[in-house]
Design a protein around this ligand. Sequence first.
Ligand SMILES: [Zn+2]
Length: 486
Amino acid sequence: MAEKRQISDADKQKILEQHGSRCFIDGEPFSDDASVEFHHIQPFAFGGPTTLDNIAPVCKKHHRSLGTMSLQEYRDKIDLSKFFEGGEPKYLNDLIQYKTKNSDKPINHEISQSKIRLYYHDSTHDFPTYSCPTTGWKYFYGTLPVELIGNDRELQPRPLREASLWKLYRHFQLNTQISPSICRMEQPGSLLLFDGQHKAAAQIWAGRPMIECKVYINPDKRLLKETNLDAHGPYRQMSFYSHELMQKYADIFGEDWNEYMETEGEKSELGFYHFLVNAKQKTIAQARNEIALAMFKRIVDDENNGLSKFLSEKSRGRKQPLSFARLKKTFFQHMLLPPPVEDEFESESDFREDEKINLIKLMNIIAQEGLENKWNPERNDSTHKKAERIFGAGAIRAWVILLRDAINFHLRHYTDEERKRFFYRQIADGDFQYFRQFIKKIFSHKIWDDPDPSGEISARLAKDDATTAKSLFDEKELSVRWVLGA
Ligand SMILES: [Zn+2]
């Protein structure tokens, strides 16, 4: 994870002046200096924008509710809720109208043998055309101005969904759009988008002026409608979910997953769990374990997970401090909401992705503070021996619980329900700076570098049970109170 740029007081003054001493989110003037905080405008993870231009002032209240969002994302999120306010169904046209104040105009164009010429406001663009070998329909690919696009109420009668749109918006903050949206062009030149409308809408919401499209020119509408229904009938729901999680689950569950996706209705872990038990005759324990395993694998296989390289499974031959089984008994057992949850995949209430990101962030801090440039079995020096004690089988079981309790305390999780949903929520970057302090504090305790000639302490830390290391922590006053203390 990138560190936030430290900005000087002079920089802060400059930024404040640029923004007229108003909160970036709602433009409210600041009441006093104490309520001003600073945050990046575009997602920091994008790389690059560490310049002052990418930092804006924000009031304390809004800063607290940012979660993992950048200022621009948060502003877009508030605007999106406003757009969907009132509960009336909203269509792509409405969204384009809202964002561009102009939509669905016939485009002046000329079609010739092998190309189509489109006339925009003040420029002309030629696109080569191709014809489909089966139907003979002509089509072209183009990156087209948003205001020329309308939605296809005949072929795409469904309204937009806020949750799907928001998830895709977030997805496109970091990922490219792999496949284009599909349109047809009807005389006298209406460009109607009928497939990939959430993708298109998400890009438009992010302020992109152009959308990537494949456009059929005057196709047989009736036949296209049937084709489109065929393509989406059985997989009706799938187009709502972005690919990463679905792909991962498809890889892990294979046919079971594909069959489940073909069933009617909303999709969730709980739905899949029932499907495994009822249609696939799995036992309750099997179904739960399979879903849990898929969650764990997503976390371990994530390329951003800096702790994974310290797993024995990930690097054979070298002695490693951790194993998949150990992660199950520690981080996964104590820091993940046990499946199956009933929240619809990628809906507003589904925080599995956030949970994954939060845990990986925490694991990265642990790798940085406890293992990187420290774990070195070949050298086997005192730094390595200390890391060995910290990551002893019983020790890690005990301090993961200690760390979890400290974080619960910091995040003011008072009820069992809040504690259960430990990382199943958005957590602000600023909180992770506290988590790093907790981890540093735990790893700085004298328990880890006791010379201990008898070897008794090392043996107690290594004992793989839930109580031996814990009782040693108690004796040596390695407690939540000590971790949280100044
Ligand atoms: Zn504000």
